[in-house]
Design a protein around this ligand. Structure first.
Ligand SMILES: [Zn+2]
Length: 253
């Protein structure tokens, strides 16, 4: 059985009129629009999401109170299982600073009461491994997600025939046609796999949200669930609660 995760937070906030801007982008909403965050969580739970990912992607090292608050918002919305989202540290910052960023946010999410730590959207294998090294000692299961292109490499160009010291490895924030090539490389080395495709097409100019159809993305996830015995599936950028509903329907039929 594939466990269902929720859909995107950042792009869904934007679709509902919340302005995504630096610093923190969508994670600004934890403080400035908590009702919206709670409503999006509650809607995805209502259509079948079994794991809710916190709105903390985009927080920095000093945002520990907001990180803990993001777990409370998920809990208030009725989440039974909460994955605390931690984005990659700035790769151009020194290693000690990157580790401090990951550790501060990981500790805050654990303090807030998350069930799983989710190191999300790593574009390099090295970045993912570094996050796992820092987060594993914190006493929660740790999931990692790799953002991939369509040819089975990470967006940073790394190969994926790699064993990760993670409780689950996701191909996330990836165009749906990129899921299978990435999973095929990960599968021999990693027992527990998940996907969180974007409802978008990756172009030279970035994400083209008009480029993928929900039906095709759901079909891709279904194929992956069968071929790789996926433990987890949900949605990333551009996906909505309606996508979770379609996925729930498809996975259960
Ligand atoms: Zn994404």
């Amino acid at each position: 059985m594939t466990v269902l995760l929720d859909s995107a937070m950042g792009t869904e906030l934007a679709r509902r009129g919340f302005e995504l801007r630096a610093p923190r982008w969508g994670a600004r909403a934890i403080e400035d629009a908590p009702h919206l965050v709670r409503a999006i969580h509650a809607e995805t739970i209502g259509v079948g999401a079994q794991v809710v990912v916190t709105a903390s992607f985009g927080l920095g090292e000093r945002d520990t109170q907001l990180a803990a608050a993001s777990v409370a918002l998920a809990r208030d919305a009725g989440a039974e299982r909460i994955a605390g989202s931690i984005g990659p540290a700035d790769p151009s910052s020194p290693p000690a600073q990157r580790r401090a960023h990951l550790l501060a946010l990981g500790e805050a999410l654990v303090r807030g009461g998350c069930d799983v730590l989710f190191a999300e959207t790593h574009t390099t294998v090295g970045g993912a491994r570094e996050a796992l090294e820092v987060l594993r000692p914190l006493g929660r299961p740790v999931w990692v997600s790799l953002a991939c292109g369509t040819g089975g490499l990470t967006l940073g160009g790394n190969g994926l025939r790699v064993a990760f010291e993670a409780d689950a490895v996701f191909v996330g924030c990836t165009e749906h046609v990129g899921l299978e090539p990435a999973l095929a490389r990960l599968a021999p080395h990693n027992a527990t796999l998940g996907v969180r495709p974007s409802l978008a097409r990756t172009t030279d100019a970035g994400f083209d949200p008009s480029g993928a159809h929900e039906h095709d993305v759901v079909q891709s996830v279904l194929r992956c669930a069968e071929r790789f015995d996926l433990a987890y599936a949900g949605g990333c950028c551009g996906t909505t609660p309606a996508f979770v509903a379609s996925l729930a329907h498809a996975l259960s039929s």
